[in-house]
Design a binder for this molecule. Sequence first.
Ligand code: S3P
Length: 170
Amino acid sequence: MKIFLIGFMGCGKTTIAKKLATRLAYQLVDLDLEIEKALGQSVASYFAEHGEAAFRKQESDLLKSFPYAAQAVIATGGGVPCFFDNMEWMNANGISVYIEMPPVALAKRLAGGKAKRPLIKDLDEAGLISFIEQKLQERAGFYERAQLKVNGINLTPEGLHTQLLTHVTV
Ligand code: S3P
């Protein structure tokens, strides 16, 4: 089973992916990290040099071509579900889990991690909140196509595991 964790930047995909992969003894794949390895540069510098459209193509190609183990937990980048047929592909190739979190909580968690995220790196506090509110609204329709939706606040690997078991055998 491939478990794709999706959701907005800062919702905790990478952290919970690591813990869940350890708990299940599954392969851990951090797509942003794998893209950086494949591109030989950071997401931020690739964005700056080639623009977002080129990044989205690379991201989609890697999502679909990565040599996943049969059992894997995948932390995706926040934009992955919203481009091309990535959401359909994830749903056809595993289970997608939307880690939902309200904008204020996302903003708090993102305040210290802006530099590596090109979409928010130049925003001040007020700008960050309004960006999140707007982007989340735009993206909600994609995220909601996930097969499972969980609340990201206080989410534990045990809790996520239990919720997954109501949908699939892991
Ligand atoms: C993005 C999210 C980032 C990264 C890139 C774009 C987005 O990943 O892929 O900066 O469009 O939401 P995280 O969600 O892991 O921060």
